[in-house]
Design a protein around this ligand. Structure first.
Ligand code: R2B
Ligand code: URA
Length: 310
């Protein structure tokens, strides 16, 4: 298990651009990023994306479009005259991507396979575009454990369904584990940007990452359920005893692939409910929409802070 410093040596050039851990890519005369509808042969990726410093990912195209508009206002970015914010990956019909100056806003869909494909292509995009030390942040939703709906949760460690701090891959039929480590300093910096005036809590804790929303998260309300309510509560209590404060579906792969690429990364999610009180996500839409702006507000504070230091 390499330390991050070791990983950085293998994955960075002296100017902060990314050195891919796959020599095959540089030997190809062009690389098509199929799910982004972009290619190194068909697009000038350096011209289009070379200035990207922050890659923000979230589940839905709509949320990421809203975030793009929000962050544009927050950092005072003006689009070139006569242009509008456009979904750069519209013709992939898979993911949506919006660029606001140094901030790239991308949707990742639900669950490991969807975000995993995106991560490969985003990391390669950073490589082709010669971006310098980009930071990746997932802005998501989750179920809270012992925390109320609307609470903002910064992930300190991402754990898999067996409470391991790694992501399990199956590659050529063999099981491979990669550490699911996130940048602790970045997590603390984000936490420090929570304001006592925010009308909600912002906390740091461990995040459980599952491969399913229903049985995989101990819900009683899926199409199937072969365990009792007591079994469910015992499991949630075990999670809480291990420091787990929320459950979502992308954190281990997101942490594992950013770490493997030497990219600083964070996960900031808003809880849509407290799982100790129930399973159904049924708060009013307007309430949940407001909740989903909360991680965006925190991340915007961070981006503004970093840009102000430049
Ligand atoms: C949070 O919300 C989605 C499931 O509703 C999933 O993508 C996640 O991690
Ligand atoms: N997303 C999840 O993965 N789980 C929840 O309970 C809510 C949102």
């Amino acid at each position: 298990d390499d330390t991050f410093t070791e990983v950085r040596k293998q994955t960075r050039n002296s100017d902060g651009t990314i050195k891919l851990r796959n020599r095959n890519i540089e030997r190809m005369d062009q690389d098509f990023l199929y799910h982004l509808a972009l290619g190194s042969g068909s697009h000038d990726l350096e011209e289009m994306f070379g200035d990207v410093k922050f890659v923000c990912m979230g589940g839905t195209p709509n949320r990421m479009e809203n975030f793009a508009h929000f962050i544009m206002n927050e950092i005072g970015y003006k689009l070139p005259a006569g242009t509008m914010l456009q979904d750069i990956s519209a013709y992939s019909y898979r993911y949506s991507m919006y660029k606001v100056g140094p901030v790239l806003c991308v949707s990742h869909g639900m669950g490991t396979p969807s975000i995993c494909i995106l991560m490969h292509e985003m990391i390669k995009l950073m490589y082709h575009a010669k971006c310098q030390d980009p930071i990746f942040i997932r802005i998501g939703t989750c179920g809270g454990i012992g925390v109320e709906g609307g609470t903002v949760i910064i992930t300190e460690d991402a754990l898999d369904g067996q409470l391991r701090n790694s992501h399990e891959f199956t590659i050529l039929g063999k099981v491979v584990h990669r550490p699911a480590k996130l940048d602790k300093k970045l997590a603390r910096e984000l936490k420090a940007l929570a304001s006592p005036d925010d009308p909600y809590d912002t906390i740091i804790g461990k995040t459980l990452c599952t491969n399913d929303f229903y049985e995989g998260q101990g819900r009683l309300d899926g199409a199937f359920c072969d365990f009792s309510e007591a079994d469910k509560m015992e499991y949630l209590q075990k999670l809480a005893d291990n420091g787990v404060v929320n459950i979502e579906m992308e954190s281990t792969i997101f942490a594992a692939l950013t770490y493997h690429a030497g990219i600083k990364a964070a996960v900031v999610c808003v809880a849509l409910l407290n799982r100790l009180n129930g399973d159904q996500v049924n708060s009013p839409k307007e309430v949940m929409n407001e909740w989903q702006t909360r991680p965006q507000i925190l991340v915007a504070r961070y981006i503004r802070k970093v840009l102000a230091q430049k």
